[in-house]
Design a protein around this ligand. Structure first.
Ligand code: SF4
Length: 437
């Protein structure tokens, strides 16, 4: 999401005549785009600002800005700790950056803080911002993220997103389809539709297309001629509909890879997290997904050591891992985040226990990932090239596995090649090019 926001800002600033430079020393404007989903985000921003302070001293005309989630969360506090920061712009106000810079250039005001999250104001601005032509891909680019919605209405008790990105807003189908079309015309082969919870696309604050669900949107995007691969992220399992599961059976170009964050295998913990599904519901949906698309590769997110997580709760998470056998997962120790309900929960889990649980989970996940990956050995996979050089190529399968293989030919990012898998590691596969077809 932040990567896409950075692209949008780049696009907006390009329209105002700004160009990217390689070194901060030669910049007239430095913007730090921030994410506060993980621990220590604020400290990292303050440390970076400290490093930039001498540049501002040398060049008082240099403008420094903090944007994104940390700006949303910290607001004015940033200017108290780093008074040389010129603009502080929250997640929903990024489209105003060019006009803020124009005002700052006049010398009045000398600093601007824009952290409004009011959706009645944001919806038209969000639509207008994204309606513009997307940035042209650079020659090495073959895939792009397309934002379909912003914000989230779910209020999981540990999550900063509702307070940093505001209420959920869906973008119109027409705008999304138009952006994908433009990107395909520019040579893009793979699109990932992006939102905090894409499963609830169109359900709240719909801009238009009231009756359109995320499953409908996938069908509409998949019809666009020239698109080779379609992915999406991220999904709250509670909103995973039968229609969406059916898309994996119905849409050829929808890649059989699904990141479906479960967070915990314990119903007691899931309830405290306010996830609004149970392990039984999650497992039911996994079974339906595997029935719809037997080759689907499943990945997930796990938080260990949530406040009150007992040994028994954690063993339920380990048990869920054994049952689903995820191809991969992102797992983290729980940490308090600002403005979240769980920060006030009692029964915090000691650090050493969290560490030990995380290690146990990750060790077992690595073993399972390796076992899952070994199943691809001797199979033929269509690999989309990501990079190449010195006779070696790195690419990705539809199931999102990285594949390395030798290839003396000059191949370009975005090309698809048939590769026979020869070896499996826990994080990637190795293969050799299949030239029989
Ligand atoms: S659904 Fe995802 S983004 Fe929304 S509150 Fe929960 S964890 Fe955060």
């Amino acid at each position: 999401m932040n990567e896409r926001d950075s692209e949008i800002i780049e696009q907006l600033l390009a329209r105002s005549g700004y160009v990217l430079v390689d070194e901060p020393e030669t910049a007239d404007l430095i913007l730090i785009n921030t994410c506060s989903i993980r621990d220590k985000a604020e400290q990292k921003v303050y440390s970076l600002l400290g490093q930039l302070a001498p540049l501002k001293k040398e060049n008082p005309d240099l403008k420094i800005g903090v944007i994104g989630c940390v700006a949303q969360q910290e607001g004015e506090k940033i200017s108290k700790r780093a008074p040389y920061v010129d603009l502080i712009v929250g997640t929903q106000q990024i489209y105003r950056i060019p006009s803020i810079l124009d005002r700052l250039a006049t010398g009045r005001p000398t600093r601007e803080i824009a952290t409004d999250l009011k959706s009645s104001y944001i919806i038209p601005a969000f639509q207008k911002l994204l309606r513009g032509t997307p940035p042209s891909p650079t020659p090495a680019e073959f895939r792009k993220f397309v934002t379909i919605m912003q914000g989230c209405n779910n209020y999981c008790s540990y999550c900063v997103v509702p307070s940093t990105r505001g209420r959920e807003i869906s973008r119109s189908v027409a705008d999304i389809v138009e952006e994908v079309r433009i990107l395909i015309d520019q040579g893009i082969k793979e699109i990932t539709l992006l939102g905090q919870n894409v499963n609830s696309y169109g359900q709240t604050n719909p801009v238009d297309d009231h009756a359109v669900s995320f499953a409908d949107l996938l069908h509409r995007v998949a019809e666009i001629s020239g698109l080779e691969r379609l992915r999406f992220t991220t999904s709250n399992p509670k909103d995973l509909s039968k229609d969406l599961i059916g898309c994996f059976a119905e849409i050829d170009i929808l890649c059989p890879h699904f990141h479906l964050p479960v967070q915990s295998g314990s119903n007691a913990v899931l309830q405290k997290m306010n996830r609004k599904y149970t392990r039984e519901i999650y497992l039911e949906k996994v079974a339906e997904l595997k029935a719809a698309r037997p080759d689907i590769a499943l990945a997930t997110d796990i938080i260990v050591g949530f406040p009150g997580e007992s040994d028994e709760d954690f063993s339920r998470t380990m048990d869920l891992l054994e049952t689903v056998r995820f191809h991969g997962s992102f797992s983290f120790k729980y940490s308090d985040r600002p403005n979240t309900r769980s920060a006030d929960f009692a029964d915090k889990i000691p650090e050493d226990i969290k560490k030990e649980r995380l290690k146990r989970f990750q060790t077992r996940q690595d073993q399972i990932s390796l076992e899952q990956n070994k199943k691809y050995v001797a199979t033929l996979q269509i690999v989309m090239v990501e990079s190449s050089g010195e006779g070696k190529v790195k690419g990705r399968t539809v199931t999102n596995h990285i594949v390395h293989f030798p290839c003396p030919d000059n191949v370009l990012p975005g090309e698809t090649l048939s590769v026979r898998i020869t070896r499996a590691g826990k994080h990637s596969l190795q293969g050799e090019r299949n030239t029989d077809i």
